[in-house]
Design a protein around this ligand. Structure first.
Ligand code: NDP
Length: 443
């Protein structure tokens, strides 16, 4: 079977899942050479098996609003591949969630987790529940109902969920509380827990910090750094907040942040009390990014994304497919030399082609944002050992892991002077999982 025949088969089988097909296509196109040159993989049908989740759980989540209305959402957990460890990946609560989105995220997670150097399989889950505008009590009732079904499928050695879009410390607290009540055991079944109840220092910061550490490694290959650079960030949630903080610490200036309604442009930089305001606005008041513009008298662009602003580094940290081909071209025309993806698959295939053709430094999400799940792995280790490491210890381990991921990308993606980080990440992530699957037989 040729690569095109294989991809055609995947597309036909999953015709209603465009994001999943997009993710599979990107991986298969970059690893096909490795697949072809290893006949044992072909014989064992590794690719046919790797694109099929080991298990998908879909369930009803009934709950009641504050006014007593009964609501019904759909819950999911995709246990995609457990060859190298327990399934590991976040839960997303967003109205756009469907099986195809979660399969794309779970598929990406297999390779990302493999790259972290830690023993974690790939999984993802969530619901089409929209926490926006819901009271804490409503969110609690939803989370409890969600967990009343999910608890039977997860466990510290089976499947360990974490947060993602719409799922932060509040939601994890409610879900973990219910899990603990049902199971009567305090195990590390979730990561991203609060510090007082088993969480790890640096886990909230990890994805954002890691994305910046990865960009720093890429910049070093060109003798460059963040110092004095103008940086564009999208999103204003967990990943964005700590990416902004780390850029500030490294001497860069972040001039944009966004949410699903628009973006703000602050030419003086989102730093100091402005950064603290952003955290309070998004994490405590749960307000909109437009309020930042009102507060500090900067420009707000409703319904737009920040990629038309001039900057040398772009850190997309909101959601999938938020930079298209045209926006990628605009970025490069405006002097962008480095894109490090905090979000999962934020660039469309056309956009990725633009980056690769113009040979800028481009770190795809599965490498650049792997610091989050890596630190989740460190949280699991601390829970198992019943100890807590200091901020400095966890940060140093995270930094070391991001450097190791960068090195794997260089090893497998170097092409003369150019480093193709997409190829490097996919090949390095794939080989480890494929070899583990070979060792374990046809299961
Ligand atoms: P949050 O929910 O904390 O923040 C998400 C941000 O993105 C919000 O500003 C949100 O705006 C915005 N956003 C969400 N959906 C859209 C959309 N359709 N269009 C425009 N903006 C949107 O999530 P996280 O920061 O945790 O996650 C952000 C990205 O990072 C996701 O792609 C996630 O998969 C990825 N990621 C997260 C990790 C983690 O550890 N949290 C780990 C690795 C990757 P609004 O408030 O309006 O919804």
């Amino acid at each position: 079977m040729t690569m095109h025949e294989f991809l055609h088969q995947v597309s036909a089988k999953n015709a209603d899942q465009p994001e999943f097909i997009q993710a599979v296509t990107e991986v298969v196109e970059t690893i096909w050479d490795v697949y072809e040159s290893n006949p044992q993989y072909r014989k064992a049908k590794i690719l046919d098996r790797i694109v099929e989740p080991e298990r998908v759980i879909i369930f009803r989540v009934p709950w009641q609003t504050d006014s007593g209305e009964v609501m019904v959402n759909r819950g999911y957990r995709v246990e995609f591949n457990g060859a190298i460890g327990p399934y590991k990946g976040g839960l997303r609560f967003h109205p756009s969630v469907n099986l195809g989105i979660l399969k794309f995220l779970g598929f990406e997670q297999i390779f990302k987790n493999s790259l972290t150097t830690l023993p974690m399989g790939g999984g993802k889950g969530g619901s089409d529940f929209n926490p926006r505008g819901r009271s804490d009590e409503e969110v609690m009732r939803f989370c409890h109902s969600f967990m009343l079904e999910l608890f039977r499928h997860i466990g510290p050695d089976t499947d360990v969920p974490a947060g993602d879009i719409g799922v932060g410390k509040r939601e994890i607290g409610f879900m973990y509380g219910m899990y603990k009540k049902i199971r009567n055991e305090a195990t590390g079944v979730f990561t991203g827990k609060g510090l007082e109840w088993g969480g790890s220092l640096i886990r909230p910061e990890a994805t954002g910090f890691g994305t910046v550490y990865f960009a720093e490694e890429m910049l070093k290959t060109k003798g460059q750094s963040f110092d004095g650079k103008t940086v564009l960030v999208s999103g204003s949630g967990n990943v964005s907040q700590y990416a902004i903080q780390k850029v500030n610490q490294l001497g860069g200036k972040v001039v944009t942040a966004s949410d699903s309604d628009g973006f703000i442009y602050d030419p003086d930089g989102i730093k100091g009390e402005k950064w603290e305001y952003l955290l309070d606005l998004k994490n405590v008041k749960r307000g909109r990014i437009s309020e930042y513009a009102d507060e500090f008298g900067v420009k707000y662009f409703p319904g737009a994304r920040p990629w038309s602003i001039e900057g040398q580094i772009a850190l997309p940290c909101a959601t999938q497919n938020e930079i298209n081909g045209e926006e990628a071209r605009t970025l490069i025309k405006n002097g962008c030399i480095c894109v490090s993806e905090g979000a999962n698959m934020p660039t469309t295939p056309e956009g990725v082609e633009v980056y690769l053709d113009s040979k800028i430094l481009y770190g795809p999400g599965k490498a650049a944002n792997a610091g989050g799940v890596a630190t989740s792995g460190l949280e699991m280790t601390q829970n198992s050992m019943r100890i807590s490491w200091s901020r400095e210890e966890v940060d140093a381990k995270l930094h070391g892991i991001m450097k190791a991921i960068h090195q794997q990308c260089v090893t497998y993606g170097k092409d003369g002077d150019f480093i193709n980080y997409v190829k490097g990440a996919n090949v390095a992530g794939f080989i480890k999982v494929a070899n583990a699957m070979m060792d374990q037989g046809i299961v």
